[in-house]
Structures are given as C-alpha cells and as structure tokens.
Design a protein around this ligand. Sequence first.
Ligand SMILES: [Fe+2]
Length: 421
Amino acid sequence: MTTTTSAASPEPLPFHLTGNFAPVLDELTVHDLEVTGTLPPELTGTYVRNGPNPRNGPSPIWFLGQGMLHGVRLERGRARWYRNRWIDAPTTSNTNIVRHAGKMLALVETAPPVAVSDELETLGAFDFAGGLTRGMTAHPKICPSTGELLFFTYSLQPPFVTYYRADTSGALVQSEPIQVGSPTYMHDFAITKRYALLLDLPVLFNGWRTPMPIQWSDDYGARIGVLPRDGRGDQVRWFPIAPCSIVHTANAYEEGGTIVLDVVRAPRLDGPSQLFRYTLDLERGVAHEAPLDARHVEFPRIDERRTGSAHRYVYALELCDIVNGIPTDCVLRKYDVTTGRCTVHDFGPGRVSGECIFVPRTPGSGEDDGYALCYVHDRDRNTSDLVVLDAADFAAPALATVALPRRVPYGIHGNWFPELG
Ligand SMILES: [Fe+2]
C-alpha cells in the first residue's frame, strides 16, 4: 500500500486517510441546493453513492471503513436535498447500493445486504427471509427482461462460490454451490439473457488479513464459467483464459454462437486495467481475448436497460495520474465499442470525478439519449459537485452542476433511483 507523510506528523498516513479519501465526520441534511446551468426536469429521482467512511477511528485499509451514503434528490429541475448518512450496521456495507423489489439495499461482498430508506436511514439487515446465510456480491444484476435479481457470493469455506437468483418479488428461488479450487476473489460477474458468467481467476481471498485480503497466485489458472441462469451448479461450462485480474465487468450478451463479455482487465493484481473483450465460442469451447483500448480505466458502466443484451456504449473513469495512491488527474471516457471511437470529458485541472453512471432521458429513449452523472471533487476549493452531462454530447460542458454543501470523499459505486422519495 502506498503512503504519504502528513506535514503535521512524522507518521506516514495511508492514502485513504488523506486528501479527498479522508472521511467526513458528520451527517448533513441540506435543502434547495445551488444549481449552475439547467437540470433537465425529467431527471427526477435520487443519485446515491456508497463508499468507506470510518466512523470510529481510522480503518487499517480503505475498504474496511464503515459505509456512508451520499445522496442528492433532483426534482423537476431543482436540487431538493443533499444527505449523507452512515450505514448504521455491524457490517461495513460500503460498496454499492441497489434497489430491487422496492427495497434499497446497501452492499458489501462479505455480508448480507442492509436495507435503507429513501432518505438513506438504515432500516436493518436483509437476508431474503433467511435464505441468504452468507454474503452477497456488491454487483448483483437486475435482468431488464425478467426483473429477476441474480447474484453470487464467495467465501473462505466451501462451497467457495454460491450462485443465487431472486424473483421479481425479491424471493430467493435458487441457490447453487459452484465448484472452484480455492476461495477465489470474485468481485463482479455478468449475465446474458440465458447465462450467468462467473470469473474464477488467480486472485485469491485470504480472509481479512492486512495489508491486503487478496493475493495473486501464479499457479491457480484463470477461467470464465458459463452457467444457465436457472441451471444446476454442476452445469457450469468453463472456458480457460490467460491469467489476469478482473475487478469489474461492463456487460455481456449472446451473439450467434458466442458470448461477448466486456470487462476491465489487468494482467496481474496490481497492473493498470484496460477495457477488454472476451468472446466465448460456445461450439468450440474456446475463448478469444483482446483489449478494446490501451488506457488505464476503471468503473465501467453501461445503460443498464442493456444488461444482458448488446450494448454500444461503455462509460469509464480514466486514471491518468495517481500520486501516493491519490488520483490527481482523471477524465471520463465514453467508448463506442461498435466503432472503437472514444469521447473524453475532462473536468479541468484539479477536478477529479468518481464513477460515472448513465440515466436514460425517458424509459424508451435511445442508448445514449440521457445523462451521465458523477460526483466531482475540486482540489483547490476542497468542495464537491454533482455534475450532469449530456451523454450524447459527452465532451460538451456540463448541462448542470449542483454545488454540494460539503466535500464528498472518493467512494465506490452509486446508482440512480428514479421517482424516489
Ligand atoms: Fe465494485
């Protein structure tokens, strides 16, 4: 882990306690925020982002900090409120927040979800009526066609991986142990219309040891598992691939006799990650693999109405420069994976974005007919904004910038919840 030295102390501070990674110390509720530009009136709902924000003293590593939600409610052209709330639970629950079957669930992959209210107050642990006895990935997939929630968990104890499916009402209807060789660290997965894709890679989970709970294995191997979404755990078909680390997927879909899977891939645990494509030949049982771009990116997102079916656009954060573990220069990239073209949005010197999400303009609008939303930190002013971009004119100046009443520390994942609250 990289460290930096505080001017006030000779002791080195870990990166996650310095700069805009440092936690904030209180909870705020502020109404009627100042907006520069024009918020689209149809953009009515709440953007909520999760991230570690240790409450009771410094956490030894970044992703062990207690979760904190930062939310902004937009309503018919106005920014009605900002709230930040700790997730008040024994688990860290600091990685993502999703909504399924009317429940808002804060997620961390090592524990069951924690339900929160529309105004970000903690309601309590949620375990699918006792059906979920282990953790739950922070990257479940909601199938746009069926409304099902598909997810998995990994564990130190066998079965090291378990696949789950919940129906539209949120009832757990399937639980399948998956045979893998060791406690593989599986952060994300992907779905197509018929399959779930599992990533069994040479990054192994060793429990919550510090300085890192995961480690690279030179001899574990790497493979992608293709499981029929309603199939038995022993029906996984494995496709060997070159050893690598994949933290996040963008999407997957079926095309002819193949499955296309776009991910962000690094050649090893600590290498720079690139947008990368796997094409699985279902007839011959082989995987073709190739980068889609050479730049160092993370946080790939798509228009999630396309989850499981062919997508054209991928939004990602390019990490142009990192100093002592702190991103000092980032831009957003919008990839057109059908043409290979890439559009950049640069917030300017000292303005660093986090993950960018896509929100469609209307439920039926085209794939990039909508908005890109993200929190942006201004290093010189030490303030944060919620920025709304026109996704179809991605390089253009922001449509609207909402001045937030406080700095929002760098965090992990967020989502848009329409018509919420
Ligand atoms: Fe993630």
